[in-house]
Design a protein around this ligand. Structure first.
Ligand SMILES: Nc1ncnc2c1ncn2[C@@H]1O[C@H](COP(=O)(O)OP(=O)(O)OP(=O)(O)O)[C@@H](O)[C@H]1O
Ligand SMILES: [Mg+2]
Length: 431
C-alpha cells in the first residue's frame, strides 16, 4: 500500500474554478484552456503515489505549482478537485479538527524559511510541535533532545536561534519535524536558502537519517542536482502538470519530452548513471571447478586472454589467464583451483557511479568486474564501454563562435556484427 496517494488533483485560484477544471481535464495547455477565465491553474490533474519509506521529489521551475501541490497533501490548501489519501484516509474530506490531528500525528512540514522563535532556546524550538500537542514537559524535552541528537545539535540545545548559522537553523527545523514523530515529512525547498556546501552537508545528513528512520518524504526543490541526489523517484512539474515521474536515471536516459530533456541537459550524468547501467554481459565466465581443457577452449573460442571465474553461489573469485591455463594443463590439474587471481581485475558494485569507475577501469588489466550485493558477477565494463557511455552521456555542446571545442571523441562504431564484435575479445576492447 502506498503511504500517500494523489489522484487527479487540481487547484484553481480565482473564479469559475470548476469550469476551469472541465476545460483542463482534456489535457489542453494551461494558457489555452483558461483563456478568458478569471482563474489561475496552479496544479492540474496530478496523480502519483508515494511508497512508505520513499523520498519522492517534486521538481520544477518557479511557479510550476510545487508548493500548491504539497500544501494540498496535508490539507493546508483545499483542492478544487481530486483526491489525496494518507494511509487510506481521504484528506480532502476531513473536518478542521481532524486535519489538525493529521498534521500533528501523521504529517510534518519543513519550510524554506523556517521561522524559529527567537526568544526560545533551540530545544524549545525543536519541541514546539509537541508543546502545541499538549505533551508534558519532560516528555517533550526527551523527544526534542532525541531529534536534536539526530541532526547533530545536542550541544546547541540551550542556545538561542541567533547563535546558530543558517544551516544549523534549518537543522532545528528538521529536528522539530522529527521530534513530532510523524511518518510523513513534507519538505518545501527546505534547503534552498543554504550555501552550496552547507546544503550538501544537510542533504547527506537527511540521507543518513532516512536510512535509519525510513520516513516517507515528499521533498520539493527547483534544483535538479538536489533532486537527483535525494530522490528515490522524481516528479517533474511544468505549468501545473506533472510531466514525468521516474528515477533519476530514467529521467536522464529517457526524458518524457523536450522540456524534461532540456531541464536535465546540464546534469553531470556520470554521477547519476551507475555501473549497472553501462556494464556488458560477461562472456567467458567459468566455474572454478571447470577443467583446464574446457577453459582453454573457452579462451580459444572467445579469442581472449582471460576468463572470469566464479565459485560457490556464483561468487566472483577472480580471473585466470591463458598462461595459467596452459600451466594447469601441463601440470595435469583437474580444475582451476589455485590458479585464480583476484589481482588482475578491479571489482565495483552495481551502484557505483560512472564517475567513480575511471580509476578502476584505468588500473584494471582487464574489464572491471561488476558484482551484485551477494558478490556475484553480473557484468563487466571494458574501458571502451566506459568511454562510449561517457560520450553518449555528455550532451553535445552547442557550437560556440568564440571557443571552438574539438568534438568529444566517440569511439568508432564497430563495422562488425555483434557476433564478430564478441570475438574481438577483451584484449582489444580493454586496450
Ligand atoms: N494564493 C494564491 N492565489 C492566486 N494564485 C496563486 C496563489 N498561490 C499560488 N498561486 C499561483 O499558482 C502558481 C503556482 O504557484 P506555486 O507557489 O505553487 O509554485 P512553486 O512551484 O511553488 O513556485 P516557487 O518555486 O517559486 O516556490 C503560480 O502561478 C502562482 O502565482
Ligand atoms: Mg514554492
Amino acid at each position: 500500500m502506498s503511504a500517500l496517494a494523489v489522484k487527479s488533483l487540481y487547484k484553481i485560484f480565482g473564479n469559475r474554478a470548476d469550469e476551469a477544471v472541465g476545460r483542463l481535464a482534456g489535457g489542453a495547455p494551461r494558457a489555452e484552456a483558461l483563456a478568458g477565465l478569471p482563474a489561475t491553474a496552479a496544479v492540474i490533474d496530478a496523480t502519483f503515489e508515494v511508497r512508505p519509506g520513499e523520498i519522492f521529489v517534486v521538481m520544477g521551475l518557479s511557479g510550476s505549482g510545487k508548493s500548491t501541490l504539497i500544501r494540498m497533501l496535508n490539507g493546508l490548501l483545499r483542492p478544487t478537485a481530486g483526491s489525496v489519501r494518507i494511509d487510506g484516509v481521504e484528506v480532502t474530506s476531513l473536518k478542521p479538527a481532524a486535519l489538525r490531528k493529521l498534521r500533528r500525528d501523521k504529517v510534518s512540514m519543513v519550510f524554506q524559511h523556517f521561522a524559529l522563535m527567537p526568544h526560545r532556546t533551540v530545544l524549545e524550538n525543536a519541541g514546539y510541535a509537541l508543546e502545541v500537542a499538549g505533551l508534558p514537559k519532560a516528555q517533550r524535552r526527551e523527544r526534542a533532545m532525541d531529534a536534536l541528537r539526530m541532526v547533530g545539535l545536542t550541544e546547541w540545545a540551550d542556545k538561542l536561534p541567533h547563535d546558530l548559522s543558517g544551516g544549523m537553523r534549518q537543522r532545528v527545523g528538521l529536528a522539530r519535524a522529527l521530534a513530532a514523530g510523524t511518518d510523513i515529512l513534507l519538505m518545501d525547498e527546505a534547503f534552498s536558502a543554504l550555501d552550496p556546501l552547507i546544503r550538501r552537508e544537510i542533504q547527506d545528513q537527511l540521507l543518513e537519517l532516512q536510512a535509519e528512520l525510513g520516513k516517507t518524504i515528499v521533498f520539493i526543490t527547483h534544483d535538479l542536482n538536489e533532486a537527483m541526489r535525494l530522490g528515490d523517484r522524481i516528479a517533474v512539474m511544468r505549468d501545473g502538470r506533472i510531466v514525468q515521474i521516474g528515477t533519476a536515471e530514467e529521467i536522464l536516459t529517457d526524458p518524457a519530452n523536450d522540456y524534461v530533456a532540456q531541464f536535465v541537459a546540464d546534469v553531470d550524468r556520470t554521477r547519476i548513471l551507475t555501473a549497472a547501467s553501462v556494464m556488458e554481459k560477461p562472456h567467458h565466465v567459468l566455474d572454478v571447478n571447470a577443467g583446464p581443457r574446457v577453459t582453454a577452449r573457452a579462451l580459444r573460442e572467445s579469442q581472449t586472454s582471460v576468463v572470469y571465474v566464479t565459485g560457490p553461489g556464483k561468487r566472483f573469485l577472480g580471473t585466470v589467464t591463458e598462461d595459467e591455463v596452459l600451466r594447469a594443463l601441463r601440470e595435469n590439474r583437474p580444475n582451476l583451483d589455485g590458479y585464480v587471481s583476484g589481482e588482475r581485475v578491479r571489482t565495483v558494485t552495481e551502484e557505483t557511479a560512472v564517475a567513480d569507475l575511471f580509476a578502476d577501469c584505468a588500473e584494471s588489466q582487464h574489464p572491471v568486474a561488476v558484482l551484485d550485493d551477494r558478490d556475484r558477477l553480473t557484468g563487466v565494463i571494458p574501458r571502451i564501454t566506459l568511454l562510449s557511455a561517457l560520450a553518449s552521456a555528455t550532451p553535445d555542446e552547442a557550437p560556440h563562435a568564440s571557443a571552438p571545442h574539438p568534438p568529444v571523441p566517440r569511439p568508432a562504431e564497430p563495422a562488425t556484427g555483434p557476433a564478430e564484435a564478441e570475438l574481438v575479445g577483451d584484449k582489444e576492447k580493454s586496450a
